[in-house]
Every structure is written in structure tokens, then in C-alpha cells.
Write a protein that binds this ligand. Sequence first.
Ligand code: GDP
Ligand code: MG
Length: 451
Amino acid sequence: SLSDRLTGALKDLRGKGRLTDSDIDATAREIRLALLEADVSLPVVRTFIANVKERAKGSEVSAALNPAQQIVKIVNEELVAILGGETRRVQLAKTPPTVIMLAGLQGAGKTTLAGKLAKWLSGQGHTPMLVACDLQRPGAVQQLQIVGERAGVPVFAPHPGTAVGGEGTLGVSSGDPVQVAQAGVAEAKTKQHDVVIIDTAGRLGIDAELMRQASDIRDATNPDEVLFVLDSMIGQDAVSTAQAFAEGVDFTGVVLTKLDGDARGGAALSVREITGRPIMFASTGEKLEDFDVFHPDRMASRILGMGDVLSLIEQAEQHFDEAEAQRTAEKISQGELTLDDFLQQMLMIRKMGPIGNLLGMLPGAGDMKDALSQVDDKQLDKIQAIIRGMTPAERDNPKIINASRRIRIAKGSGVTVTDVNQLVDRFFAARKMMSQMSGRMMGGGMRKNQR
Ligand code: GDP
Ligand code: MG
């Protein structure tokens, strides 16, 4: 399977301390094969591999991860990206009912999905109604009625007397799916159902008649969502089918079905990239409950088959931040803080929100709070500009910043010499204060208090 192949390709990298370009090329070749074998379409594979290679060879270095982990991380992120990144929600109509039309080949899972979607929407407080527009396949209407009954939602059907719950017995008795669809939407309006789900007919293959019928239903009902239902097990045909429906009916979202099967992942990876439409839902079984919103990140880690490695990577990165913070804390307590550290600290604090609130939460930070509370964003920008105008040696050892250096820095940063003086003074004062404070917190008070 795709995940076995990918896992294999990436496992070879483990234990390598450094990756050469040829390591990366070899891994990329393996991944390429794995994707092609899983029926991912060629243009998608090309883009994918190019992106992974570029990032792997690029300057993207994380000190937290070894090179192998870094590639796993990149592959995972690229998988998530190609699967659509974030999940898109169902588009609801401003004036109900919201009309959702299902389209796809016969056997894709449309009728089953109608029930799943209806149940899911009911659970969210909606009052959906199903409309049976597959008048082609014998028994299709009855199948939808059974599905509706299970989901506990009414079904609008064309033939009098066959509907569940007294619905769908009105008016239409013709065999025209377009009329049924229109009448269904009208019925939903009257009965105040806020969502209408239109089940349509499919064929075993793509054909003009099927497309015309589907686009006629679309034109007649003006749906808020047209969901293209795709059997994820159809392999290579997924792309051509998706393209045909994109051209013939045009859809707003994709639903992948039968993901519980031995799906090779190819359809999922191709369809989004090829059609530009998001995958919105996933169907994973025959029961009504086997259904969920599509989560690109979950699908990616499923395809990658490396859930454990991925969580390790996450941990490593978190831990790394802590290690960094620990080192800075030590520098502070030793009075060895550099101007670079100072800048980093300030930028970090700025990212976290209003400085005052934050410092107020730290024990014993009263003095520092006073010192820093006058620093607003504008001043931070200025400080940043001044520090960036210094040479590395000056940032590292601010004691060497003499009068002539101050003039040079002021010119280079577009500030006055007084500004530079103020910053240098403030830095030395802060460094002293922070060192004293951390001495108090780490040495005396804290430890005793813990006993
Ligand atoms: P339609 O022709 O597009 O309406 O497809 P159906 O809803 O009738 O489904 C065709 C077959 O696939 C039925 O036997 C369903 O039970 C089955 N099916 C639909 N969705 C899934 C799924 O997600 N997983 C599995 N295992 N079977 C499914
Ligand atoms: Mg059907």
C-alpha cells in the first residue's frame, strides 16, 4: 500500500546524521514510485515531488529534528496541502432551504451518502429532507426511502403512496427527475425544511445523457452545494471521472466514499489538485454513522502511516523550544544576555500580546513590568531597527559600543544618537535587573517556598 511504500522510503533515512542531495533524490524517487503505484495522477506526483525536493534541499533547517525527521515532516505537510489544507464547511443558503445536490457514477455511494448527510445535519439542528431523483435504476427510490427512514428524515418521492412519513405524496407522479427535484425543493419550502438533499441517478460510466440530466437538475434547483461523490477505490479512473463531472455538472465539493476499503489513497490525492474543489466529507462504511467531515491532516497521517513518528516530531519541536528557553534563562541569570537575546525576548513577548498583561502574571516581575510597560509597539520597532543596525560583535558584546559606533549605528538605523544611547542604557539596566530577578527566583525564595 501507499503507506507501506512511503514508510519504507523514509525508514531508510533513519539514523542518518546528514542528508546529501543524492539521499534526497533517492528518497524522492521512492516516494514518486509509491505515489504512482497508488494511482495518484502524474501531474500531481510531479508537483508533489518537486515541492518536497525543493523544501528538503532548501534552507529550511530545524535544529530540533534530524534530517530524516525533517523529510517526514515535509512530506506530511505537503500531503496535507495537496489534500486541501483546511476543511471547508457546508455553504448554507441565506434564505432556506439550502439545496445540496449529489452527483456521481452509479455505485459511488450517493444514496447512502444522502442518509449519512441527513443524519449528520439533523444532529446539528437542521431539518433536512431527501428528494429521490434517481428514476433510472429500479428500486432506487425505495432504497432512498429506506435510507431516509433509518436516518429519521422525510423523503420526497415521485410516486404517490410510496413515501415515508406522509411526505412526498403530493403532486408529481411523472418520471421526470428535473420536475421531481423542483417539486421537492418547493415542498421543503412549504414544510419548512431548512436543507434539501437531492439524490440523483448515476451510470456505470460517464455519458452525455447522465451529464445532461444532472446539469438540468442543477439549473432547475440552483443548489448551494453540488457534491461530487467519488468512490475512492476506482483508482486511475478517479481523475477522468472527476474531470468529466467538473466539466459536465461543475461541483462545489467532493465526497470520498469507501475509504474503509483497501483504498490506495490515489483518488484522494489527485482529486483536489486536479479539480481545485475541496474534499468535504469522507464515507467509511455502509452504516449511517460511518461518516465524517474530511480532515486533510488525518488523511495525510493515514496515508503516511506514521502517526507515531509524526507525534514524535511534534514533541521534538516543542521540547526544542523549551530547551531554547532554558538556555536563555541561564544566560539571564549569569548576566550574559546579549542584545540579540534581548531582541528575541522582546519579539517573543510582543507575539504573545500586550506586554503589561503578560508580565503581570509572572511572580516577582513587578520591577520589570514597570520598566517595560512604557515600551509600546512603536518603540519596539525603533529598538528592533537599532539592534539590526549593529554588527554581530556589537550585539554580542554591547560594552564595545563606544561613541563613534553609536553615531554609525544611529545613521544606519535612521534614529538619533540619543535613541541609541537610551537603548544601550536600557539594555544594561534590564540585563542587571533580570539577572537579579532570576537570582531571587531561582536561588532563594522559590526553592524554600517549595518545601
Ligand atoms: P449510488 O449508486 O451512488 O447511489 O450508490 P449507493 O449509495 O447505492 O452505494 C453503492 C454500494 O456501496 C452500496 O452497497 C453501499 O452500501 C456501498 N457503500 C456506499 N458507501 C460506502 C462506504 O463508504 N463504504 C462501504 N464499504 N460501502 C459503501
Ligand atoms: Mg443511488
